[in-house]
Design a protein around this ligand. Structure first.
Ligand SMILES: Cc1cc2nc3c(=O)[nH]c(=O)nc-3n(C[C@H](O)[C@H](O)[C@H](O)COP(=O)(O)OP(=O)(O)OC[C@H]3O[C@@H](n4cnc5c(N)ncnc54)[C@H](O)[C@@H]3O)c2cc1C
Length: 415
């Protein structure tokens, strides 16, 4: 049986158009830094320009409606674009990574028509970045215990609080931009308590704070992962009511749409773990591949990654077909987090100390990709809900917990 997907002639012609457009945009010798920490200001500025050019073509967010700045394309065309961006050695396939796009589904589902018209186009065309202001020093897994406060003042809300692990990634490596520049400070989607006397989950709003709002201070955190995350202090930040997404007590529900997508509820068609491809090449060259123990470790890593890819493809199909999901998003997130650690362990066992040598060492292999992969595999267990949190969600969705819950609406199921 042939499982390969065969594109139509029209889709292949579109691929050629995308390929030659991308190639035209990339200057010769453009470096491809592993993470934003090792990205120079020049490269970051180029990424900014490229993002906007891609956005103006509707290819940054291809499946969002054209009227809001998306491409109005179907999933197959979006996959072609994604594949072509992954094909080139330039810092372009991490585009989503250098931006937090999880506000988009929330606005698409919960925003008023005026809010969609105002907020979506600059985000979908790459003109503005997004920052997710959910986690606080005392509210991570237990997000609902957050303390940031929003107080009504006439037609505005005044927001005060502290958020952690938020970003805005790129530009971190440059001493000049260690504090985010004006462009990096994009739209901030922020949960804040609007009624401290209301019951949990019915006491908060989902605010869209402009990046240039006064009263916001950002400090860069030096984390195990190579991209800068920030601690943000909000001191009496004034936000107009027109920037409240959903009702003033509906923030928790709006946030569930963001989290549904963050947990993998929209899937992706293509995951390429290049660290695995590298270990195969390296093992062949060094004859390690002839060792039965190493063979098993590499096969396990390959199968792990392939299973993950298939779960992601399934979610992508369910999403694009408008099918309601239950446990599938968090099942994928859970598998991804656990499998990343297993794969990194296997690579380390086969490659030994080679896998831990960083980009500054003359002995480094593959520009330090493995070393970065080792760090990312551990740190990846936390963002968007930890391994334990994903298990709790799956348990609630499959009915083996004390509470039973359904998936939140997404742009796929709400329209
Ligand atoms: C690289 C990175 C990027 C991030 N980006 C963002 C961002 O852009 N925006 C944002 O808002 N947040 C972001 N986060 C924060 C992330 O969502 C939190 O780290 C995560 O939700 C866990 O919260 P915590 O760190 O406070 O850990 P805690 O909640 O304190 O958890 C500590 C440990 O206890 C376990 N635990 C907690 N509760 C339970 C329970 N009920 N049952 C079993 N085990 C439990 C956890 O699984 C974990 O292992 C990011 C984090 C990282 C590491």
């Amino acid at each position: 049986m042939d499982f390969a997907y065969h594109y139509t002639a029209e889709q292949e012609a579109f691929r050629q158009e995308v390929r030659s457009w991308i190639e035209d945009q990339i200057p010769e010798g453009m470096p491809d830094p592993l993470d934003s920490k090792s990205m120079s200001k020049e490269v970051w500025l180029w990424v900014k320009e490229f993002r906007q050019a891609l956005g103006n073509k509707g290819w940054l967010h291809p499946t969002y409606p054209k009227e809001y700045g998306g491409g109005g394309l179907d999933t197959e065309h979006a996959v072609v674009i994604m594949e072509e961006l992954q094909r080139v050695d330039a810092p372009v396939d991490g585009l989503r990574f250098h931006d937090n796009t999880l506000d988009l589904p929330a606005i698409a589902v919960w925003g008023t028509e005026d809010q969609k018209k105002e907020f979506l186009p600059p985000r979908l065309t790459g003109e503005k970045l997004g920052w997710q202001l959910f986690t606080e020093p005392g509210a991570g897994s237990d997000l609902a215990s957050l303390k940031t406060r929003a107080v009504k003042d006439g037609d505005d809300w005044i927001i005060t609080g502290e958020k952690v692990f938020v970003g805005g990634d790129a530009g971190y490596g440059s001493s000049e931009t260690k504090a985010p520049d004006e462009w990096q400070m994009g739209e901030m989607f922020c949960l804040a308590i609007t009624d401290p006397n209301a019951p949990r989950h019915r006491n908060m709003g989902y605010f869209y704070i402009p990046g240039n709002a006064s009263g916001v201070t950002a400090q860069t955190l030096d984390l195990l992962v190579g991209h800068g995350k920030r601690q943000l202090y909000l001191d009496n930040v004034r936000v107009p009511s027109s920037r409240l997404i959903g009702g003033e007590a509906q923030g928790w529900q709006v946030a569930q749409t963001t989290l549904e997508i963050e947990h993998g509820g929209d899937g992706a068609v293509f995951i390429r773990d290049t660290a695995i491809e590298r270990i195969f090449d390296w093992a062949r060259d060094t004859k390690k591949s002839r060792n039965a123990h190493d063979q098993q470790l590499m096969v396990d890593a390959f199968v792990d990654n392939e299973c993950l890819r298939l779960f992601s493809v399934r979610n992508s199909w369910l999403y694009s077909a408008g099918q309601e999901m239950t446990y599938q998003g968090s099942q994928f997130a859970l598998m991804g987090k656990e499998s990343a650690i297993r794969v990194a362990d296997n690579i380390r066992e086969v490659a030994g100390l080679h896998s831990l040598v960083n980009v500054n060492d003359p002995e480094v292999l593959f520009d330090g990709e493995w070393e970065s992969h080792q760090r990312e595999s551990l740190a990846g267990a936390h963002p968007g809900g930890t391994i334990e949190v994903q298990k709790v969600i799956v348990a609630r969705r499959i009915g083996v917990s004390r509470t039973k819950e359904r998936a939140a609406p997404t742009p796929s199921t709400a329209t």
